[in-house]
Design a binder for this molecule. Structure first.
Ligand code: HDE
Length: 685
């Protein structure tokens, strides 16, 4: 049985302890001087024979590999998966049939459009690529945080990616869909509309990788021991719920901490707060293939959870950060074709194209066919075949017979017997043609379903997002085209967007809103927890030390992450004379990097903070971004000076002291994530 330890042990020989030997060249020759080139005299020319210099510079010149053409920016972690109960009824995949098996995993989260150095918090789909190192070889489920895709046939992928990436003439804009070419593609390709609704929603602005859903997107097939197939959609559900930043915040975080999501994942794991997801499946018997009003092979469609419930089948925990970003994260090579017996594909034309693309792209990116030997890519299962040679072959095959069948090599390796991967014997017959199936023809119903399922605040955010993005589009006819498409999704939506972008509001469409909704799609219906939320406690000299100590202790007890922020680093002296350690100085941080803010009492402290522009802005902005705001004693004065009605209202918790009632109410306000029912229009930014 494989276990996370097996993967750990496999990586061990590759981990280099820099203290284990003295410095050497790549050839192991001792190096005693690495700061000065070999020259003729102290001021003379450098000599060609300086092999250490040449090796050092050459290695440096070759440090980069091509970044991923999409999903270039990402970060990753190791972990494990355990199935709750055997799924043998549906699949023979061993890791899904043995509840005692703990299978090691590697997961990479990413944005799609931006370059490797782009910011984390841009509006974009997030990649959610998962790998199980199973006893039967690697299984990669390379998904996204959005359950549908922009296009139906993979042959359109280069067109779509060219449209969304920076425009070719000036390579602008970086990591943004708000430009002409993307929206031109969208208006001409209405199959994008469902996905565009998701992309304009808050799903595209995750607060944390730990607070994102993941989806396999395509319909896959499970196959059991008897060879019976069942269609399946995979879902990852985060334990902490699905939560997002607000748009204004994402733009500011992009400056204040472009590594926001990466840092969040790394720090959570470093501090032992291991992120968790539950894996769920929607199962559809083959006989029901035609039961839906959409095609199961169309990746622009979901199966609404109300029609086929998501059955929770297991749990994934991420509990270890990589040791080296390049070696492990940059060189990770995911591929849907890494499949184990019992999990098979369908004829979804997007999925079929992907089965070609991933191996192909790895060959370029990782410089040849031996990339599966890189530590992060190595299966835990043994590898044995007649694949030979190629750049950087690390294995030393000990055989004269590198072919099959052979007698010279004793016939080895023997073919796998009943454990072998067997492709599902789907019966296919037909004419060759280039033609989209009519069953893929409805591009709007599910976009409407998504829109109808949104809460009021989600709808407002979607309208604002369309207005922002189209507002950046220079070609007026492109704006008009998109509004026309939106009119087929929902008339009111189209009118609201049109009004914001200077387009004539359209006439009501013939097939306007069908009125159906799917509550499972709304983030308003997700799980909530105060755990791992970052809370800023603003202090200055003269603060009520008792309140600070009590608040920090109680908030830590709830597994939130309180930080004491003051106008300067070091310590502040509380009113009672105690010294309070400052976690960070206010000038080095920003309210957008926190989930909530608390202002304790202490007249002198509150007076200082009220006169400190940074502190005042901090509180006002947190309020403006709908975050939980707490105040104790005199702390309320800082609030009342800046926000309407003295700061009273949703998500604002004011008390005289840090009693239990206050902590409970404040923790609830933090857990709620955002208080969109708060009035913010007249709050100064
Ligand atoms: Fe990908 N995609 N993709 N994609 N994709 C890549 O592979 C491609 C699609 C996804 O963290 C590339 O190794 C085609 C859907 C993720 O390393 C490339 C099509 C979904 C990642 C590629 C799609 C994804 C990739 C670029 C249309 C969600 C990052 C580098 C047929 C279900 C994996 C690489 C990681 C990466 C091709 C569509 C998810 C070029 C041709 C749909 C999460 O091979």
């Amino acid at each position: 049985m494989t276990s996370p330890d097996d993967k750990q042990r496999q990586l061990d020989p590759y981990r280099i302890d820099p203290c284990s030997t003295e410095m050497t060249t790549d050839q192991g020759n001792p190096v005693g001087e690495t700061d000065n080139s070999l020259t003729v005299g102290e001021r003379g020319p450098t000599l060609m024979e300086d092999f250490h210099f040449r090796e050092k510079i050459t290695r440096f010149d070759h440090e980069r590999i091509p970044e991923r053409v999409v999903h270039a920016r990402g970060s990753a972690a190791y972990g494990y998966f355990q199935v709750y109960e055997s799924l043998a009824e549906y699949t023979r995949a061993q890791f899904l049939c043995d509840p005692s098996a703990i299978t090691p995993m590697f997961v990479r989260f990413s944005t799609v459009a931006g370059s490797r150095g782009s910011s984390d918090t841009v509006r974009d789909v997030r990649g959610f690529a998962t790998r199980w190192y199973t006893k039967e070889g690697n299984f990669d489920l390379v998904g996204n945080n959005i359950p549908v895709f922009f296009i139906q046939d993979g042959i359109k992928f280069p067109d779509f990616v060219h449209a969304v990436k920076p425009e070719p003439h000036n390579e602008i804009p970086q990591a943004s869909s708000a430009h002409d070419t993307l929206w031109d593609f969208v208006q001409l390709q209405p199959e994008t509309m469902h996905m565009m609704m998701w992309l304009m929603s808050d799903r595209a602005l995750p607060r944390s990788f730990r607070m994102m859903q993941g989806f396999g997107v395509h319909t896959f097939r499970l196959v059991n021991e008897a060879g019976v197939g069942t269609f399946v959609k995979f879902h990852w559900k985060p334990k902490l719920g699905i939560h997002s930043l607000v748009w204004d915040e994402t733009q500011k975080v992009a400056g204040a901490d472009p590594d926001f999501n990466r840092r969040d994942l790394f720090e959570a794991i470093e501090s032992g707060r291991f992120p968790e997801w539950e894996l769920g499946v929607q199962l559809v018997p083959e006989a029901d293939e035609d039961r839906f009003d959409f095609d199961l092979l169309d990746a622009t469609k979901i199966i609404p959870e109300e029609e086929v419930p998501v059955r929770p089948i297991g749990r994934m925990v991420l509990n270890r950060n990589p040791d080296n970003f390049f070696a492990e994260v940059e060189q990770a090579a995911f591929h849907l074709g890494n499949a184990v017996p019992g999990i098979d594909f369908t004829d979804d034309p997007l999925l079929q194209a992907r089965l070609f693309s991933y191996l192909d792209t790895q060959l370029l990116r990782l410089g040849g066919p031996n990339f599966p030997q890189l530590p992060v890519n190595q299966p835990v299962a043994p590898v044995n075949n007649h694949q030979m040679d190629g750049p950087h072959q690390m294995r030393i095959p000990k055989t004269r017979a590198s072919y099959h069948p052979n007698s010279v090599g004793g016939g080895c390796p023997a073919l796998a017997g009943e454990n072998a991967y067997t492709h599902y014997p789907e019966y296919i017959a037909g004419q060759k043609m280039r033609k989209r199936s009519e069953s893929f023809g409805d591009h709007y119903s599910q976009a409407t379903l998504f829109w109808n399922s949104m809460s009021d605040w989600e709808k407002e955010h979607i309208v604002s997002a369309f207005r922002f993005e189209l507002g950046k589009v220079e070609h007026h006819h492109v704006r008009e085209g998109v509004v026309e498409n939106l009119n087929n999704v929902d008339h009111d939506l189209a009118v609201a967007v049109a009004e914001g972008v200077g387009v004539e509001p359209p006439q009501k469409a013939v097939n306007d809103n069908h009125g159906r909704s799917s509550p499972a799609l709304s983030q308003a219906n997700t799980a909530h927890s105060p755990a791992t939320r970052k809370i800023a406690i603003l202090v200055a000299d003269g603060v009520d030390g008792g309140q600070v100590a009590a608040a920090v202790a109680a908030l830590r007890e709830l597994d939130t992450l309180p930080e004491v922020l003051a106008p300067r680093d070091g310590t502040v002296t509380a009113a009672d004379g105690t010294e309070i350690e400052v976690t960070r100085a206010l000038p080095t941080v920003h309210s957008v990097l926190y989930d909530a803010v608390l202002v304790p009492g202490g007249a002198e402290s509150v007076r200082t903070l009220s006169g400190d522009g940074k502190a005042v802005h901090f509180v006002t902005e947190a309020y403006k971004h709908y975050k939980a705001v707490g105040a104790l004693g005199e702390g309320a004065e800082l609030l009342s000076a800046r926000v309407p009605s003295g700061g009273d209202g949703p998500g604002v918790v004011i008390a005289d002291d840090t009693d239990e009632g206050f902590i409970t109410a404040f923790a609830e306000a933090v857990a709620a994530h955002r208080h969109f029912d708060r009035e913010t229009a007249d709050v100064p930014a």
